[in-house]
Structure formats: C-alpha cells, structure tokens
Design a protein around this ligand. Sequence first.
Ligand code: DAH
Length: 346
Amino acid sequence: MKNELKKLEKAALAALEQVKSSADLDAYHTKYLGRKGELTGLLRGLKDLSPEDKKTFGKATNELKIELEGKFKMKQNEFEHAEISKSLKDEWIDLSAPGTTTKRGHIHPLYQVQEEVERIFQQMGFSVVDGPEIESEYYNFEGLNIPADHPARDMQDTFFIDKKADKDEGRLVLRTHTSPNQIRAMKKYGVPLRIIVPGRVFRNEATDASHEHTFDQVEGLMIDKDISIAHLKGVMLEFLQRLFKKEMKIRFRPGYFPFVEPGLELDMSCIFCDGKGCKVCKKTGWIEFMGCGMTHPHVLRAGGIDPDEYQGWAFGFGLTRLVMMRYGIDDIRHLTSGDLRFAEQF
Ligand code: DAH
C-alpha cells in the first residue's frame, strides 16, 4: 500500500507537470482525482485493510489527496489567470488616451473682424446690406459724381467686363469700391437711412505685399434731416472704441473724394502706442483709417433724395487693411492665399 501511494504520488505529480492546457487539466482531474480516478480507487481499497493499516494508510492517502488537490487548484488558478489577463489585454481601453477629434474649420480672420464690425454698427442702429460685385459704370462712377476723365476710370485701375450693363448704365465693371451701394440703398430703402455695406472690391493692381487685386471694404451711410459731421465723429469714435476696446482719439483732415463735399480723411490714434509715436504710426501717433465726408448733393439726387431736405455722410474703410494692422500681418497676399498654415493662426 505504501508503495502504491508513493507510485501514485510520483505519477500524478509528473502528469501535472505535463499539463499544458485547461483541457489537459480536465483529463488529469478525471484520471487521478475524479470519482473513478486512481486516488478514489485507493481510498475505496482502504476498507479491506486491517484496522491498524486502515488508520495509517487512511491518513497517508488523505494527506496525498490534500496535496494533489492543492496542486491541482494551483494549476487551475494559473490557467484562469492566464485567460483573464489575455482577455484584459484584448479588451483593454485606455480611458486616459486623448480622443480622436474631427477636424473643424473656423471663420477666416477677415470675416471674424467683419462680423465684429457688423455687430457694433448693428448695435448703433445700422443695417447691414449687400450689393453686386459686378457693377455698372454708372453706379461705380457717374452716379457717384466721378467724371469720365477721372483717373480711376483708367483701364489701369479698373477691371472692365466686355459687356454692356442694362439700360444706359455703360459697361459692366468689377466694382472698385463699395460706394455704389450708397445709391443702390437710397433707391431701395429711401430715407432715413443708416447702413453699412461690407464687401469685396477689385482693382487692376500689380500685386505685392501691400497691393492685391481683390480686397474688402466697408461702406457706411447715414442720411436723415439735420445730420452733420458731429454725428459721423460720434459714430466713428464709438465704433473704434468698441472695436479696439480702449479709449481712442480721432481727427479729420481734408481729403478729396468726388462723392462727398466736404471730403475728409479720418485718422485714429495709433492703437499700438496710444498716440505716443511708434514704428507703426511713423512717430506721428496717428493712423489713417478711412475716407469720408458729407454726401454730395449729386449723389443724393442720383439716389432719388432731395438734398434741400435731407443730408448725410458716408465713409469707406479697408477691412483688409484693418485686419492686417490689427494682427500685424505683413503681406496682404496671405489673406487670400487659402493657406491653412496662415488661417489656422486665428
Ligand atoms: N470709395 C473710396 C475708396 O475706395 C472710399 C471712400 C471715401 C468711401 C470717402 C466713402 C467716402 O464713402 O465718403 O477709396
């Protein structure tokens, strides 16, 4: 009996060593520890022994049973752990990993500023209106009191389209400024009028860092009874202070534009040095901002408005220039390049 126990122990331990899978382990259990297994066989045989031997071998067989079951359990645990860690590895999700984001576009810097400009003027009771980029010579020039011999009418400055405009409005042109919308708006909406017209304009320019054939302007127009330059000053100072979010100064200088009389240039205190004088304002403390003036009676008449009853003012500034100055953009061509490395900086 003693020998049989020793043999069984040796065989069982050696067999356990050979177990490589959980299927092997099941087979092992059936063979040695199962109901019909070898150890159970030995235990059954105990009943035929003398009471003395029963006691000794009973104890030894039980000890062997405890040993083998213990080792079997350990092996079983090993397999279970291996399975769990494999499935953990397969299903592992790193919750701290950054998500994959969808690439989203954003508004171009030019139109971010345009929206700001629109909002400020809307807050002051101005409407934002639009007009055609392909204009007639009449609206772009004559209606605005720009005579046929004005240098702006030169082929060098204007893109002419090889086609006549409707009615008696001359040829078609790409608008060289947003000013034609002064007349369009007067005709369409009548008086009183408070509008701004942001939009693209086109000039036949040789392109360089500060000239482009396509750029953006904002036109403004206010017409009512008893309107003066004081209103223009008030509106523009308020506008600039809201735009740059600081106290500003403005000043007027005489300027010539055929569609205003008197014609003015508006300068603003330099936003970089607050008027102290720096590189940007060339030590003057002032930056040229726009052309403006009291709307010329010819222009009011072209818009169907009686200049003896109504008067108003108009202005036009370069949105492109404003954006360049604000962000220190040194080459106008960046703005229309479509280069994302540029646009994504804003
Ligand atoms: N249209 C002018 C330009 O493109 C700018 C301008 C000047 C507009 C004076 C105005 C104005 O309304 O009153 O240079």
